[in-house]
Design a protein around this ligand. Structure first.
Ligand code: ME8
Length: 513
């Protein structure tokens, strides 16, 4: 049976509506997923929501609601945003679903039977926003070392998972599989974290302190720690223990995309949980950087959020996708500002791409009555652009192999800019004045239209809405595959094209300004 490429986003906490950070991870995964489908691969793309734990219990209480009722108000916000952003996932898992809770119980029973879980007493410090325990030594000036917020002192009986049993195995696994953690700088970080002995992971919470969680098998006093619960989603959604055929098609996951804030959970706890479960380890964990605003991480708890819905309303979905995919090299932090987005919108989208399409369509209307002319074979006129067009897709593929959508877009934009240059250099408006140059004009216009077709195809995984708009204007089917990205000459001479509307309309200038 063929393996399906299985990729996942984190499951987002539903303590608040989604922001730019969440949308970035989902846009990345959507682009990776579209890219592979485009090449004809079977893909399964999972996203979802993480609904248990202290954070959600706390906010629900503040709102005067039960956690069950509160989460129902937030989950649709995530689903609506994914719809608006064109995120084509195959499954959306919620950790409150039965299919997930059943698997969490099953996993714990398996690990208990293996002797990897024991009961112990915990004395130390606790950070509720991070749901993490800290020893006094780990605190940073008395605060949580991760989020720098206040911690509480606690002492309680809990269940622990013997991470330490598997530490040597994990170090070997990471060293033997250099592609497991991406980028390499993050792999180094994990290996250096693993140079110190791993403390066993506290995987329960006493119900009298925190009641909103999955019941801990065998204890009526505890619920499962939210991180232990949430990580298991990747196998519960894949059909573990419920649908063996699906599970064997999907598992191991090919790619977990996460922010750098939760790499340790995915590259240390999760592989150890799977090892203890006798399951295969995911092929890759890819950690991206943070979106910041004026130097601080954009975060729900800090409240400095950028609302994707507002940005999309102002600039459109594809401008937002383009900005996020292009602004940073994956793995690095990116600074969000509306000015930066506006600059990309104006220069790259409206000027480079929008104007090219509009102008080329306009000329066809004027010179060839909106019909694709026959490409008269004339070397020299069209060879430069034609030759370049065939080198674009290999560059895009090479960049995407490296999980580098920014470089992929750069390669496409280099071609868009050269197409603009081709218009300037070949001067169709001069050729149009000379009846003797009709053949040259036809060659130029055919070349430009083939370039537009290719641009629409190249953009398909990145800016799906724009890709479809251009294809429709060309009267071509919306469904495209990557085979069409590496051939020249698919446009039929004589075919009519439609009208072109501005792709990235600039706001009307305010006459009073
Ligand atoms: O951590 N920049 O959920 P979460 C970039 N429920 N990405 C960001 C970001 C930012 N400023 N802020 C958030 C959790 N993200 C757990 C995960 S998985 C089994 C459980 C993105 O709602 C990024 O992907 O805090 C980060 O890892 C994730 O949202 C954290 O989302």
């Amino acid at each position: 049976m063929n393996k399906t490429y299985y990729l996942t986003t984190p499951l987002y906490y539903v303590n608040d509506k989604p922001h730019i950070g969440h949308s970035y991870t989902n846009i990345l995964c959507d682009t990776f997923s579209r890219f592979r489908r485009f090449k004809g691969e079977a893909v399964y793309f999972l996203t979802g929501t993480d609904e248990h734990g202290g954070k959600i219990e706390k906010i629900a209480k503040e709102k005067g609601q039960t956690p069950e009722a509160y989460v129902e108000t937030i989950v649709p916000r995530f689903k609506d945003l994914w719809k608006q952003l064109g995120i084509e996932y195959d499954d959306f898992i919620r950790t409150t679903e039965e299919r997930h809770k059943r698997v969490v119980g099953k996993v714990l029973i398996h690990l208990q039977a293996k002797g990897d879980i024991y009961k112990g007493s915990y004395k130390g410090w606790y950070c509720t926003p991070c749901e993490s325990f800290w020893t006094a030594l780990q605190l940073a000036e008395g605060k949580c070392p991760d989020c720098k917020r206040a911690v509480q002192k606690i002492e309680e009986d809990n269940f622990f998972f013997k991470l330490s049993n598997y530490q040597p195995w994990l170090v070997n696994h990471i060293k033997a599989n250099p592609d497991f953690v991406h980028p390499a700088s993050r792999k180094k970080e994990i290996l250096s974290f693993l140079e110190n002995p791993l403390e066993d992971l506290c995987i329960s919470r006493p119900k009298n302190r925190l009641g909103w969680g999955i019941p801990f098998p065998g204890s009526s006093d505890h619920v499962v720690y939210v991180w232990f619960d949430a990580l298991i989603n990747y196998i519960s959604a894949a059909g573990y223990g419920a649908d063996d055929g699906k599970f064997s098609r999907l598992w191991p996951a090919d790619l977990h995309v996460v922010g750098k804030d939760i790499l340790r959970q995915h590259a240390v706890y999760w592989p150890i949980m799977l090892k203890s479960l006798d399951l295969a380890i995911p092929r890759k964990v890819l950690a991206h950087g943070w979106w910041t605003m004026e130097g601080a991480k954009v975060s729900k708890s800090l409240g400095n959020i950028v609302d994707p819905v507002e940005v999309i309303a102002e600039y459109g979905v594809d401008a937002y996708r383009y900005f996020l995919l292009h602004e940073v090299t994956l793995g690095f932090d990116g600074s969000y500002s509306e000015e930066a987005l506006l600059e990309r919108f104006t220069n790259d989208l409206a000027n480079d791409l929008g104007n090219l399409v509009h102008r080329v369509f306009g000329m066809l209307g004027k010179y060839f009555e909106e019909k694709i002319p026959s490409p008269v074979e004339k070397d020299g006129i069209r060879n430069s652009l034609r030759k370049e067009s065939l080198s674009v897709w290999p560059k895009v593929e090479a960049a995407m192999e490296e999980f580098d959508p920014r470089s992929a877009l750069e390669a496409i934009w280099a071609f868009i800019r050269n197409s603009n240059k081709f218009v300037e250099d070949s001067k169709p408006w001069v050729l149009a004045k000379d009846p003797g140059k009709r053949g040259d004009l036809a060659a130029v216009m055919y070349t430009l239209f083939e370039s537009l077709r290719l641009i629409a195809v190249f953009l398909h995984p990145f800016l799906p809405e724009t890709s479809v708009k251009i294809l429709k204007e060309l009267n071509l089917p919306e469904m495209v595959s990557s085979t069409q990205a590496s051939v020249w000459g698919l446009l039929e001479p004589g075919a009519s094209v439609g009208k072109s509307e501005p792709l990235f309309p600039k706001e009307e200038e305010d006459p009073g300004a």
